[in-house]
Design a protein. Structure first.
Length: 108
C-alpha cells in the first residue's frame, strides 16, 4: 500500500466550504481512480485552518498515475478555498490494520 499526504491551509472562514468541496467533488473523482483505497481528512485543533489529507493507494504506480492525470484538476478545484500551494509527500505504508478490517468483513 502507498499513501500520499497533502497538506494545505484553508482560507479564513473557508474550512467548511473546503470540506464540502472535497466530499462532494473531489472524493468521487478519487473513488474512480484505479487503485484508490481510502482518504482520511485531518484538521488541527490549534490551527483549525491547517488540513491534512491522507490518500491511500494499492500501489505507488496507481498513485503516480493519479498524480499525472488528475492531481492538477483537484488542486484547481480547491485553489479558491486555500492559501498558497498544497504540499504533497509520498510514503510506502509499512504497517496498517486497515487490510485486516477489510479481510474480516469479507470473511463474515
Amino acid at each position: 500500500m502507498f499513501t500520499r499526504i497533502l497538506e494545505c491551509e484553508a482560507r479564513v472562514g473557508k474550512k467548511d466550504e473546503l470540506a464540502n468541496r472535497v466530499t462532494k467533488d473531489v472524493l468521487p473523482i478519487l473513488r474512480n481512480q484505479p487503485g484508490f483505497v481510502n482518504m482520511i481528512a485531518l484538521s488541527d485543533d490549534v490551527h483549525p485552518e491547517h488540513l491534512v489529507y491522507l490518500n491511500f493507494w494499492k500501489s505507488k504506480e496507481d498513485a503516480q498515475q493519479y498524480h499525472r492525470e488528475r492531481y492538477e484538476q483537484i488542486v484547481n478545484m480547491i485553489r479558491p478555498l486555500i492559501t498558497g500551494q498544497p504540499t504533497v509527500e509520498n510514503f510506502t505504508v509499512e504497517v496498517s490494520t486497515s487490510h485486516e478490517v477489510v479481510a474480516s468483513k469479507a470473511a463474515a
